[in-house]
Design a protein around this ligand. Structure first.
Ligand code: 5GP
Length: 142
């Protein structure tokens, strides 16, 4: 497996070199909205540690990502009036991974509404800001 590339786009977001619509942060995890959401509230949950994917992440960091993923899934259900949540995580190109810093997709779903195709359409910044504000406020309150 190739080694971790510190110049991947999520590493730049983690270092504050590129912006994001942040929804959650703790000492081990950062979560922000996907700029091409497959459904409203589509969130990416990342370890702060430099892990390429499931093959090189430490178990403590993986556990922290899992904890945050559950929290965001539960809160996303309420905030976006969802009926369910799809969780996805891809490893290496053959596994569907495009950005090589481990991330978990948390996608609130409404019954009967298909997900948009992956990375198909950039959401308007004002919609992302509004959704990030709602989700982060509910996470802080909960
Ligand atoms: P994956 O590696 O899991 O296949 O997909 C990477 C995900 O990152 C895609 O859903 C894509 O829409 C999202 N993405 C790509 N570039 C950016 C970016 O600059 N900012 C954010 N927030 N999401 C991104």
């Amino acid at each position: 497996m190739p080694s971790y590339d510190p110049n991947n786009i999520f590493a730049k977001i983690l270092r504050g070199e590129l912006p994001c619509h942040k929804v959650y942060e703790d000492d081990k995890v950062l979560a922000f909205l996907d700029i091409m959401p497959r459904a409203p509230g589509h969130t990416l949950v990342l370890p702060k540690a430099p892990a390429r994917n499931i093959f090189d992440i430490g178990t403590d960091d993986l556990a922290a990502v899992a904890r945050a993923t559950q929290k965001i899934a539960k809160t996303g259900m309420q905030v976006f009036g969802a009926d369910g949540v799809t969780i996805q995580q891809f490893n290496e190109g053959a596994g569907g991974q495009v950005v090589f810093h481990l991330h978990v997709h948390v996608i609130p779903r409404k019954a009967g509404v298909p997900m948009k195709p992956a990375a198909s359409e950039k959401e308007k910044p004002e919609v992302l800001s509004d959704n990030a504000l709602k989700l982060s406020a509910a996470l802080k309150a909960g």
